[in-house]
Write a protein that binds this ligand. Sequence first.
Ligand SMILES: [Zn+2]
Ligand SMILES: [Zn+2]
Length: 292
Amino acid sequence: MANITLPSDSMSYPELFHVAKQDPSLSWPEQLWWAHYTFWDNDVLATGIITFLAHELIYFGRCIPWIIADALPRVFHRFKIQDTKPPPSVGDQWTCVKYILAIHFIIELPLIVLFHPMMEICGLQFTPPFPKFSLLATQVALFFIVEDTYHYWLHRAMHWGPLYRAIHRVHHQYAAPFGLTAEYASPAETFLLGLGTICPPLLLGYVTGNVHLITVLMWMALRQLQAIDAHSGYDFPWSLRCLVPFWGGADWHDDHHRYFWGNYSSSFTYWDILMGTVAGPRGKAMGHNPRR
Ligand SMILES: [Zn+2]
Ligand SMILES: [Zn+2]
């Protein structure tokens, strides 16, 4: 923990942030982090608050630009992937917001509260200093690869009739997805696919003893941004898939919702290409699923 002496027990956030400056080895984000944990004086609560708030702010914050894009068809319609379908109505968007808030509070919040004890059992760190950027980036890249593999096989299994009807059908309610539909899924699907996000850092922390909570938060934030963008319904000349050839993005996942078959991966395209499950006309040109 940081080398700081606390002058009194009841101090505000700004006062604690000021006190944290006693340790010049800490950067200002590390000082802020120390102030947050010291203020709450309960590590489970402090981790829960920061994780849940980050989750809500990133989810709804990242959806706002897509809501604006849908409200301005004159400007953005030319970038719409399924451009013959009407944009989502206000009612559709409001239904999604209410459902997702229920899922976040009933399913995700308990998982988030449980995360700190699981993190301690697996030996993850949460006190300053933060890891070097190179280590953080390497671990996040690894989490993307592992989650994508888990997602591919589980998602493909969930398209098997009984599992589809019992678990996955809710997510396919919208054949033309929009940003807010990223986490529109049944509680069972939210839990099962969520394991692909939560378990890789816990396992890596358990094996190496060298994973920090800030890395996990960065990973969760980037995974959320990936999921929302994949459901946005828009493809731009500057979309990430134009820069990274094996990145799926909205262009890829939209075809999954449109054809109800193929493109099962979350982030990358290589599993579908290797396993012969590329959706739509692109897949047909590659000889995949010739029945469609
Ligand atoms: Zn699906
Ligand atoms: Zn989807």
